[in-house]
Write a protein that binds this ligand. Structure first.
Ligand code: PLP
Length: 386
């Protein structure tokens, strides 16, 4: 049994992928070939965002969005403490300071009330309201919020957008795990004015290598990010208007993604079925808590993650599954504020209790559109110790 089965998907669309790749080999435009624009157009329309910019990874998509906001020293970007490191890492690379915020215990996404306190604390340099990063006495200026749709479940955008508006903050959606998810009738990637997604092979819509995309509402921001992704280029060749990077989307990856996009909606429906079966089968099992899905949300189910009662119980359950030949994974074993990379910010254990509690108990089961009911029965039987 595999944690994510990409081979079954490939068997379904292998011919289409080969035809798409062959077309690129024939036209030879390996960089910014027509497939890149075609993918941008199709995904912008599908997601419901006015602009889409293909780029080299989800991490670079976040970086481009942050660079477009012109951040600098003293600027603070609020980020959940429980997520993949890229969400915070790019804040630092863009020259700003990440201010971590605890997540909600039921959804593992940003808790809007804690976010509100964090914004006020950062603005007034008052660590009694919320644990703040070490800045050597420099005041922080809250500029943006990165909301992560963790495991494919959209964050609470109604509350987040209201807060961002009231506080004058840019809201960025980290939709790396949630492409295909829906929130109150809108699709992930269009839940904030700026959204970054990833086509890393294991994500819901995965390429055969590194790739990502930034969705945006404002034409001006899209143009700036497009320029930034191409060495800050202007209108003419070798005219550079700003310092940028090389973050273009590969034509070959776009060709693969176009083939996968044809079956993506169907795969999302299959993911929904697989997740529904897990939740039903696990309903009577006291040892684990199944995912919470708020009203009006349809997750993309990048992960199906369970919460064990305590760290020892998690290890016991994972051992039992491993003995039955079932792979599991932990997303994520250490919250960001306790990572060595962020030691200079001076956070300590206890700063974000929900992130810490969750990281010690969470684990993910195999999850992909082609997981069969009988395999899920085996997984649940192993979890139950049968
Ligand atoms: C995967 C991921 C990213 C980064 O995407 P890459 O394409 O791997 O660079 C960013 N944020 C989150 C939440 C992710 O899961």
């Amino acid at each position: 049994m595999q944690f994510i089965d990409l081979a079954t998907q490939q068997r379904r669309i292998r011919k289409k992928i080969e035809a798409n790749l062959a077309r690129v080999l024939d036209h030879g435009q390996y960089v910014l070939g027509p497939e890149v624009a075609a993918l941008e157009e199709r995904l912008a329309a599908w997601v419901g965002a006015p602009h889409a910019l293909g780029c080299s990874s989800g991490t670079d998509a976040l970086l481009l969005a942050l660079l477009a906001l012109d951040l600098g020293p003293g600027d603070a970007v609020l980020v959940p403490a429980f997520t993949f490191i890229a969400s915070a890492e790019m804040v630092s690379l863009a020259g700003a300071t990440p201010v971590f915020v605890d997540v909600a215990g039921d959804t593992y996404n940003l808790d809007p009330l804690k976010l509100q306190r964090a914004v006020v604390a950062a603005r007034t340099s008052d660590p009694r309201l919320h644990p703040l990063p070490e800045t050597g006495g420099r005041p922080l200026r809250p500029r943006a919020v990165i909301a992560v749709d963790l495991f494919g479940l959209p964050a609470d955008y109604r509350a987040l957008a209201e807060l961002a508006q009231a506080e004058g903050l840019s809201l960025i959606e980290d939709a790396a795990q949630s492409l295909g998810a829906q929130y109150q009738g809108r699709r992930a990637g269009a839940l904030a004015p700026l959204a970054a997604t990833s086509f890393y092979p294991a994500k819901p819509l995965g390429a055969y290598g590194e790739a990502g995309m930034v969705f945006s509402v404002e034409a001006e921001l899209d143009a700036v990010m497009r320029s930034l992704s191409r060495h800050g280029m202007g209108q003419q060749a070798y005219e550079h208007r700003r310092v940028g990077l090389n973050a273009r989307l590969d034509t070959l990856q776009a060709a693969v993604l176009l083939a996968k996009l044809d079956i993506f909606a169907e795969e999302l429906a299959l993911r929904q079925e697989v997740a529904g079966r897990y939740t039903q089968m696990l309903a009577g099992l006291e040892a684990v808590r199944t995912p919470t899905v708020p009203e009006g949300c349809t997750p993309a189910w990048a992960q199906y993650s369970l919460l064990a009662a305590d760290p020892g119980a998690r290890q016991g359950l994972r051992d039992r599954l491993a003995a039955a030949g079932v792979p599991t994974a932990v997303h994520y074993p250490k919250p960001l504020h306790l990572q060595e990379a962020y030691a200079p910010l001076g956070y300590v254990p206890g700063d974000f209790p929900v992130a810490e509690y969750t990281s010690e108990r969470i684990f993910s089961l195999p999850m992909h559109p082609y997981l069969k009911a009988q395999d899920q029965e085996r997984i649940v039987a192993a979890l139950a110790g049968e």
